[in-house]
Design a protein around this ligand. Structure first.
Ligand code: GLN
Length: 539
């Protein structure tokens, strides 16, 4: 650990889903605006080595970093807010910690000692807390501890935070506890008791929180703040109100108004390196909140019952829409409900359609019908990963006439495997962390829709897939008007397809949504939205 680096830990109490990730990202944004180099990392208490093997229905999207780590969706917020990339180091799970410890034990590295939760697991946690700070690149590292205080699972993390206070000295570490102040409508009262209990649990574990951030549907009156300060043993001006916001992108400004950043700086004995500059952020919010036009876009996928499964795509539409002062009304549509007889009715009022990434056969036919509908009716279409693969299958079946063309993921015995397992994937038996992951180059054809969107012909984009376009069919596709407009220059893998005779029909094997941020909306989302605006005008 670099001696000058300051550490902030964020714990959560009372209930999950209070938005620790957003508070962490907002605080980091405010510190970044004051000239500090800030990183955020998340420690998750589950036993999976990473969330790559978790069901999107249960855990939401798996976010992929530049270096190909499969991580928690909160890392997406960190990147979208800070505009800086994260990596495997920024997301550690209990599973990874135990895996490291057990691997060391098998190598005999503990020299005959009994391996225990304290000190071996907690030491390994602390080693990981401080890894990001080792090269001294960061002034402040914010660590979000997943789960709630009091959960059996998070105990070793909480214990490691307690020990860290001793290791790095109390001027260099700060604990922020995010909690809920519920409003009882019948009593017309904000209740502090759940927070008192959760702070007591932290105290029992040896941790005195320095700052309370209190999520609430109502303003906290002074007497409520005083009560919280008294019972939770924090200074009155360190009881910070966090009211529900219209958009997550309001939270940095709300936290600034509440002086969260000032309290943090004074506790850590830091002074601003530069003046607060949030002009670009405010400009984005201005455009987001004052749209001059609106469009309806359908997101067709199979995980729509949990919108978090498409978190980065949803946020990309917010960034891309704001850049054109356009309100995107995104309708999540289950592909399993789309059938040839009813599809017209369900999709006809959409100005654009996106077919989402995904895995497995369920809902595939509905996606194919969706692509057909968009292609035949000249509706702007954007296919991402599986969405691009489905566009290829649809074209093979309905334009080239390759009956029953398919991906070997869905039908291993298809007579026309237009999408096939990548060669390097063929001998893989272990599922976790073995897809084609992370950033790879893509070269675009001059004049293509893709190159026009990017304003250049070379880019790097992130991936998460096992199957690819089968280049044996490439000529046939080109003859019929589907252009491979983006190619990996090293392997020839088709990264982008588009259609010649269509206003805007683009499919990408990569995931552009992982790289869209508030300050850099992704060009493909920007152009797709602009195409939907055009389409609406021409209707
Ligand atoms: N299931 C497809 C593959 O593995 C697509 C993956 C995705 O959409 N992320 O290639």
């Amino acid at each position: 650990m670099a001696p000058s680096t300051k550490y902030i830990f964020i714990t959560g109490g009372v209930t999950s889903s209070l938005g620790k990730g957003i508070i962490a990202a907002s605080l980091a944004k405010l510190l970044q605006a004051r000239g500090f180099n800030v990183a955020i990392q998340k420690f998750d208490p589950y036993l999976n080595i990473d969330p790559g093997t978790l069901n999107p229905y249960e855990h939401g999207e798996c976010y992929v970093t530049e270096d190909g780590a499969e991580t928690d969706l909160d890392l997406g917020h960190y990147e979208r807010f800070l505009n800086t990339p994260t990596s495997q180091l920024n997301n550690v799970t209990t599973g990874r910690i135990y895996n490291n410890v057990i691997t060391k034990e098998r190598k005999g590295e503990y020299l005959g000692k009994t391996v225990q939760v304290i000190p071996h697991i907690t030491d390994e946690i602390k080693r990981n807390f401080f890894k990001l700070g080792e090269d001294g690149k960061y002034d402040v590292i914010i660590t979000e501890i997943g789960g709630c205080v009091g959960d059996i699972e998070s105990l070793p993390f909480i214990e490691a935070v307690r020990q860290a206070k001793w290791d790095i000295g109390s001027n260099n570490i700060l604990v922020i506890h995010l909690t809920l102040i519920p409003y009882l409508a019948a009593a017309k009262e904000l209740k502090t008791k759940p927070t008192q209990h959760s702070v007591k649990q932290l105290l029992e574990a040896g941790i005195q929180p320095d700052i309370l951030v209190c999520r609430s549907e109502h303003h906290l009156p002074l007497d409520v703040k005083k009560k919280l300060a008294l019972f939770c043993n924090v200074e009155l001006n360190c009881v910070i109100e966090a009211m529900d916001a219209d958009t997550i992108y309001d939270v940095p400004l709300l936290m600034k108004k509440e002086k969260l950043d000032e309290r943090v700086l004074s506790k850590l004995k830091l002074s601003s390196k530069s003046n607060t500059d949030l002009e670009q952020w405010k400009d984005f919010l201005g455009r987001l909140k004052n749209p001059t036009q609106e469009v309806n876009i359908g997101l067709v996928g199979k995980y729509v019952s949990l919108p978090d499964a498409y978190k980065s795509i949803i946020e990309s539409f917010i960034h891309g829409g704001a850049s054109s002062e356009c309100k995107v009304h995104l309708r999540l549509i289950s592909s399993e409900e789309l059938h040839p007889e009813s599809i017209n009715k369900k999709l006809q009022d959409l100005d654009g359609i996106l077919v989402a990434p995904g895995f497995g056969e369920r809902g595939l036919e509905g996606k194919i019908e969706t692509v057909k509908f968009a292609r035949e009716n000249n509706i702007p279409f954007f296919g991402i990963c599986l969405g691009m693969q489905v566009a290829v299958i649809e074209f093979a079946r309905n334009v080239i006439g390759l009956e029953k063309a398919n991906s070997t993921e869905m039908d291993p015995n298809t007579s026309h495997p237009v999408i096939d397992l990548m060669e390097e994937q063929k001998n893989i038996v272990q599922m976790g962390g073995t897809m084609r992951l992370g950033s790879y180059p893509c070269e675009m054809k001059k004049g293509s829709k893709a190159a026009q969107a990017y304003g250049k012909t070379k880019t790097m984009e992130r991936h998460r897939h096992r199957y690819e376009f089968n280049n044996k069919y490439l000529e046939q596709f080109q003859e019929h008007g589907m252009i491979p407009s983006g190619i990996n220059p090293d392997t020839g893998l088709v990264e982008i397809i588009e259609l010649k005779n269509h206003p805007w029909f683009v499919g990408t094997q990569f995931h552009p949504e992982y790289k869209s941020t508030v300050l850099n909306p992704h060009p493909l989302f920007v152009k797709f939205i602009q195409a939907t605006i055009e389409n609406k005008k021409n209707k």
